[in-house]
Design a protein around this ligand. Structure first.
Ligand SMILES: Nc1ncnc2c1ncn2[C@@H]1O[C@H](COP(=O)(O)OP(=O)(O)OP(=O)(O)O)[C@@H](O)[C@H]1O
Ligand SMILES: [Mg+2]
Length: 198
């Protein structure tokens, strides 16, 4: 099965594109969804997080206090690495498990930090969703109401736009309307179906 790694900078439109592929009945494996599910109540990773960062990261209902955890790791690379050392191997293994269950010609594996985690070996082709930094900033301000300081810190923690462009097999320039985007996805879908039959 052909495995397409979908990646891109924050708010470039990865989830939006993923949903468009889903409309073509393409199976989607999403590292963000996996990361979210791994730390739900009852999951062993949640207990490990509590052991690593203390009871303060657990709400009174037993669920993860994402705001406090985000504050702990924000601008603190040691704490951030602690969390990554716990979660990344689990996410990596879950992706492998999910791929092994698929029987379709191709699948999309959305991995926002594909380059940062050096997980390109998980996929056969890399599809980069791209837009200018100014567009990322305005989408983040609109979607999440983030401050410029937080936005800049996140963008500078990711690989550069030019690195992503240099390492893309396929590229979607997501600066147009949703209709144009849907057309671009359709063309790539046809390409991937053809390639998966080769
Ligand atoms: N072509 C577009 N035109 C207008 N708005 C768009 C377009 N593509 C995406 N958006 C909007 O930009 C925001 C970011 O898109 P999306 O959530 O898909 O990005 P993402 O890469 O998944 O972000 P994250 O890195 O946070 O997961 C959303 O509010 C989305 O609706
Ligand atoms: Mg997303």
């Amino acid at each position: 099965m052909l495995k397409i790694g979908l990646t891109g900078g924050i708010a470039c439109g990865k989830t939006t594109v993923t949903l468009l592929f889903q409309e073509h009945n393409v199976p989607i494996i999403d590292a963000d969804v996996i990361a979210h599910e791994l730390v739900t109540v009852g999951q062993p990773a949640l207990s490990s997080i509590s052991e690593l960062f203390g009871e303060r990261v657990i709400k009174s209902d037993g669920s993860l206090n994402r705001t406090i955890l985000r504050d702990i790791i924000f601008n603190n690379s040691e704490e951030k690495h602690k969390l990554e050392r716990l979660l990344h191997p689990l996410i990596h293994q879950t992706i492998l498990n999910q791929v092994s269950l698929l029987t379709s010609p191709y699948c999309i594996i959305c991995i926002p930090l594909l380059f940062e985690t050096k997980w390109s070996h998980l996929v056969d082709r890399v599809l980069v969703i791209d837009c200018p930094i100014e567009t990322q900033v305005s989408r983040l301000q609109q979607r999440d109401g983030m401050s410029l300081e937080v936005i800049n810190s996140i963008i500078s923690s990711q690989v550069s736009r030019s690195y992503r462009l240099d390492h893309a097999d396929d590229l979607i320039n997501n600066t147009n309307t949703q209709d144009v985007l849907a057309e671009d996805v359709k063309k790539l879908h046809n390409l991937y179906v053809t390639k998966s039959n080769c």
